[in-house]
Design a protein around this ligand. Sequence first.
Ligand SMILES: Cc1cc2nc3c(=O)[nH]c(=O)nc-3n(C[C@H](O)[C@H](O)[C@H](O)COP(=O)(O)OP(=O)(O)OC[C@H]3O[C@@H](n4cnc5c(N)ncnc54)[C@H](O)[C@@H]3O)c2cc1C
Length: 437
Amino acid sequence: MTIPRSARYLVIGAGVHGLSTAYHLGRRLREEGQGSGADVVVLEKKRVGAGASGIACGVVRNFYYQPAMNEIMRISVGVWEEHPDVLGYHPVGYIAAVPGTQAGDLVSIADCHAKIGYNSEIVTGQKDCDRHMTAILPDFQSEDVEAVLHEKQGGWAERDKTVAGLAQLARGEGVSVLEGVEVTGFDIQGGRVRGVETSGGHIGAEMVIVAPGPWAAGFWQMLGLPMTVDVQTPDGAARRPMFTYMKLQEGEVQTNVDYATAGGGEPPVIHVDHNVPLVSDMTGEVITTEPWGIYFKRDAGGVQGGAVPINLGTQVNLEPYGHENPEHVVDESFADYFTAGLARTLDRFKGRSHSYKQRPNGGIGAFTPDNFPVFDFMLPNLYFVADSNHGFKMLGVGKEVANLLTGGTSAALKPFPFSRYADGALHPTSHSPYPWN
Ligand SMILES: Cc1cc2nc3c(=O)[nH]c(=O)nc-3n(C[C@H](O)[C@H](O)[C@H](O)COP(=O)(O)OP(=O)(O)OC[C@H]3O[C@@H](n4cnc5c(N)ncnc54)[C@H](O)[C@@H]3O)c2cc1C
């Protein structure tokens, strides 16, 4: 592998954002007659998909209460739909079924979907929700469900295929994706980045794109950016850490028969939230009386899904990243929670808690002060993609960044500047128990 001494566009990180940006940069440079993928180099310290993108559940949805997130996801789903096979995309749709406390939120989301041309259907009232859900999954338990948002777009993707597919698309445009090259510092002169220091020496760059996933805090620090920020809220300013880590809790249940719809097809991804107590399928004891929720999709031989994440604070050991790190994976209590949620949602999972697959699962993500992404120039020629762990689904971010960096504009990225914390231009928040809705 030859490491170039300079590049027009240097992308750091070969996760979904780095790879999508690199692919779209190469494509746009070619289409606009401004160059080609040969002008783009991706630097990855380990291998393609070594970060969060390689362990994501792979859910692709537009279940967001924030109009700005709806728009990013509309564009992103367009990218998934353009390359379904190469990205391992299953366009089965996504259903959120929620109690009365969140019904208004779902109606607002559906209104926004209708405005931007994203295909979804809203159902309200317990009886109609029951009719809608049992037509798809006859054993669905709809007690306490007052609203259903059924996205006819979205679904999920096979994460390994996705990252390999994105790398293939980027390389197909002539992009160099260099694995095993670690970025250790920035060469900044006169307020502009001139290049990066790497394990393979100095590489000059005209434009740098940082797409670091959970390693965002390290890069933020390398750039000398503030590790705490004052966030202007309606209640006054609140000092918050720039990055907080959360553990995403995920797991799998094996079934002897295919998890399928009444018609024998692949079910949409299902997300349920409830205010009723969650009762263990293992012991019959109440696990929690607090609001709870799970999401799940078909997986090879069963279902895979997750639940509300756990806040780990600002200090974690990121290395080794992923399933080989015991501090990153779910503990035993998750099996009880997840199988209880499944049993409460679909009758077919009652008494199946023993089918939980015991293996390391889940992982860590880095979240921003308001849990929404920061997509912004942190230097005039350095663009930072801090996705606040929303990102596997967000392939459109790379497309928009590529537009922006090749002389175009991006209205979709505009609502995600770093300055929104100081300005108080925050995104609205929903009644969901998840920090990312
Ligand atoms: C368990 C889990 C489940 C998830 N499920 C979903 C889901 O279902 N749907 C969804 O939309 N999102 C999901 N997410 C979130 C999603 O995975 C991330 O938001 C997204 O993958 C981040 O992509 P990225 O390209 O920014 O980062 P990453 O994929 O982490 O890529 C960053 C890359 O940078 C490299 N790197 C780090 N430091 C350096 C350095 N110094 N030099 C060079 N390279 C470096 C890393 O090795 C890594 O490959 C999940 C996350 C986790 C942890």
